[in-house]
Design a binder for this molecule. Structure first.
Ligand SMILES: NC(=O)c1ccc[n+]([C@@H]2O[C@H](COP(=O)([O-])OP(=O)(O)OC[C@H]3O[C@@H](n4cnc5c(N)ncnc54)[C@H](OP(=O)(O)O)[C@@H]3O)[C@@H](O)[C@H]2O)c1
Length: 290
């Protein structure tokens, strides 16, 4: 898509050029070829100002920036957006992933850190929607920082730059004792609050439980679906049980990474998806639709 993305940007200019060729040839005036080396003008012809064509502003066309687009969920979000014909950029510290699949060539891979917004925020002027797949584990302080602060920084700068929709991949609450993954959940909820505040009408929070699919770790592929698919099959019809105290939230079903990606892209482009939290069943519903 890198090439397609740039080609799309040039489309109005190409159309303008084509319309000039046709009108000038019909009028017997200058002939302009697409090769700049072959520009000819007859002696008496006047060079006329080109008529402005309806050049859409960058924000008229949907363009998605996937934060963490080279990770497990992020790669599927990029792929899903491309399948929908959308131009896609990804931003992460390491940039282009080491994948050999052909779709990888169609994404614009930017390298940057969410904490250094000055380095990449100008890219947002061309972007209509952001999907953040940035998150991670570590010490409580690290988890608050990456799940919370990093995403809050991205939400702030996206709002400032006029991005229309923002989708944040958060996480379901398994009702674990508060000391387990404390920093992770504090970070997630802080980013959710920032999203509600900065994107009250167009901020969508996806809260999946365990996400399964083929996870690439270095040169290895871990087939998480070997466990995830049967569990999802059994648990997805147990929604009422998840309301039970204590053990209920533990029964939140796993969800396929392709469904999360579909839901994320849908939430990024479709104004009919309301702002606020989408739980795992909502993700399955959005992910089922084409
Ligand atoms: N996987 C699951 O089962 C699951 C379940 C529920 C929720 N989630 C949530 O879903 C999201 C995606 O999860 P995942 O499994 O796809 O994680 P992942 O594979 O570890 O991807 C994380 C991404 O964040 C990027 N990143 C990290 N720090 C960054 C920074 N400072 N600036 C820019 N990019 C940064 C990483 O790329 P670089 O290292 O190149 O920067 C990577 O692309 C996370 O928020 C996670 O909490 C995941």
């Amino acid at each position: 898509m890198a090439a397609r993305y740039l080609k799309n940007q040039r489309l109005p200019a190409v159309r303008l050029w084509q319309s000039m060729m046709i009108s000038s040839e019909n009028a017997g005036g200058r002939a302009i070829s697409t090769s700049s080396a072959r520009f000819q003008e007859t002696p008496n012809s006047k060079v006329e100002e080109a008529e402005p064509v309806d050049k859409p502003s960058p924000k008229d066309r949907t363009r998605i920036l996937v934060l963490g687009g080279n990770g497990f969920v992020g790669t599927h979000v990029c792929k899903e957006a491309l399948e929908r014909g959308l131009p896609v950029m990804s931003l992460s510290r390491s940039g282009r992933p080491r994948l050999t699949e052909s779709w990888v060539n169609d994404v614009i891979w930017l390298r940057g850190d969410l904490f250094e917004a000055d380095q990449w925020k100008d890219q947002l002027s061309e972007v209509t929607a952001v999907v953040s797949c940035v998150g991670g584990f570590g010490s409580n302080a690290q988890m608050r920082r990456i799940n919370g602060d990093a995403n809050i920084a991205a939400i702030d700068v996206s709002a400032e730059k006029g991005v229309q929709r923002f989708v944040y991949i958060s996480a379901a609450d398994f009702g674990l004792p508060s000391f387990i993954l404390k920093g992770y959940y504090e970070g997630k909820r802080a980013a959710e609050d920032a999203l509600r505040s900065k994107f009250p009408y167009s901020g969508v929070i996806l809260r999946p439980g365990f996400i399964h699919g083929n996870r690439k770790v270095g040169s290895m592929t871990i087939p998480l679906s070997a466990i995830g698919t049967p569990l999802e099959f059994v648990m997805k019809n147990l929604k009422p049980v998840t309301q039970l105290p204590l053990i209920g939230p533990l029964l939140i079903p796993p969800v396929k990474v392709t469904a999360v990606a579909k839901a994320a892209v849908r939430a990024a482009v479709d104004n009919a998806v309301p702002p606020g939290v989408v739980d795992v069943w909502g993700i399955m519903r959005l992910g089922d639709r084409t």
